[in-house]
Design a binder for this molecule. Structure first.
Ligand SMILES: *Cc1c(COP(=O)(O)O)cnc(C)c1O
Length: 366
């Protein structure tokens, strides 16, 4: 499924556009290894992820390191490895220069820009307005002037405005604005722009009324922007989009076993041996405003009629541990396997596994 997903992206997006895997969506080493052979670069968000990425055949020059609050040891590690550091604040820019001096190396860096526009419709907004991410667009020209004489290999710009967007129309408009913003900053850049990271934010359908993203419309717009505008205006630039959820989200399932069932005042409860400590997002507690059910099935009764309304809960002592509220499923029995779909992104590593001290789930790449 992962290979097919990359195939879909490659066949729809322009050839010149580089595809980066944002590995925080699923940092399982086997997944990252597999994807390293299929994508052009990997985006990491911590020194731990950096190590996983460097353990793949991906060259360090095609690994980027984003995220606020990078520590001095992390920055030194990244400079030593030769990965591209996406600088998210003035202090971070200073620390990158100091790390280069300290190590006698020329750091590779880019500026993460907090855009001067907002992208609507994202599940999580990470750009526009006040943000802990990136450097406000209006502050970037001064920062570039201050860094002009520094011993840094400044490659270009990165804008990432939000996650889980299902509207091609909004994403297309955001990509155009991003390119406009980067062109205006490039005008003031003391360095030739060799790296343009347009972010991503492609969403996947989780709930009944969600429509899959119109990737064709996005591909057409990116062809115009990458093959037309950027190829003409910034001919030296390697242009990148970075995707996490869109690559891995639909490729994973979470499987948990029914340990009990009971009727409480007319409601049918199915109690499983897993829960939000393994798959927080499916419980609705990972940034969702309204809790809705992820797609669920009884894996060993897939062909039976789904005609019994049941509520699937995890084994934690909290009412938050709800995996499916009033879902129509075949009547579940003790020992059955509940399958939660769309579980490949922000699953195990985005869940509080230590909460209540139950065993961690096994992860398997099939
Ligand atoms: C989290 C993150 C991504 C990936 O977001 P998805 O919605 O999973 O595609 C990409 N870039 C940056 C900088 C991120 O922080």
């Amino acid at each position: 499924m992962l290979t097919e997903r990359i195939g879909l992206l490659r066949s729809t997006l322009p050839e010149r556009l580089n595809l980066s895997y944002a590995m925080k969506a699923n940092p399982m080493p086997a997944v990252v290894q597999h994807l390293a052979g299929l994508v052009d670069s990997i985006d990491v968000a911590s020194a731990g992820e950096l190590q996983v990425a460097l353990d793949t055949p991906m060259p360090a020059s095609h690994v980027s390191f984003a995220g606020p609050g990078k520590t001095v040891p992390e920055i030194r590690q990244a400079v030593a490895a030769g990965v591209t550091i996406e600088m998210e604040s003035e202090n971070e820019a200073r620390r990158v220069v100091e790390a280069g001096d300290h190590l006698g190396l020329r750091p590779r860096a880019a500026i993460r820009v907090n855009p001067d526009f907002r992208v609507k419709g994202s599940g999580m907004r990470m750009g526009g307005g006040p943000q802990q991410f990136g450097i406000d667009a209006e502050q970037v020209p001064d920062l570039m002037a201050n860094l002009a004489a520094a011993d840094v290999d400044m490659l270009g710009f990165h804008v990432f405005a939000g996650s889980q967007n299902l509207s091609a129309e909004i994403l297309v408009a955001a990509q155009r604005k991003t390119v406009d913003l980067i062109l205006s900053l490039a005008d003031k850049s003391p360095w030739p722009v060799r790296y343009v990271n347009l972010g991503g934010g492609f969403g996947i359908p989780y709930f009944e009324k969600d429509q899959p993203l119109d990737l064709g419309a996005i591909g057409a717009n990116l062809a115009f922007l990458v093959d037309g505008v950027i190829a003409t205006e910034l001919p030296e630039a390697r242009t990148v989009i970075e995707l996490g959820r869109y690559i891995v989200g639909e490729c994973g399932v979470y499987v948990t076993r029914v340990v009990d069932r009971k009727t409480s005042r007319g409601e049918e409860y199915v109690i499983v041996d897993g829960g939000l400590h393994h798959q927080l997002a499916a419980s609705g507690n990972f940034g969702q405003v309204i809790r809705r059910n992820y797609p669920l099935a009884i894996g060993n009764r897939i062909d039976e009629p789904a005609d019994a309304k049941q509520t699937v809960v995890g084994c934690l002592c909290t009412p938050l541990d709800l995996l499916g509220s009033g879902v129509r499923l075949p009547p579940a029995e003790i020992g059955d396997l509940v399958v939660i779909f769309q579980a490949g992104a922000y699953g195990l590593t985005a869940s509080p596994t230590a909460f209540l001290g139950h065993p961690a789930p096994a992860e398997v790449l099939v």
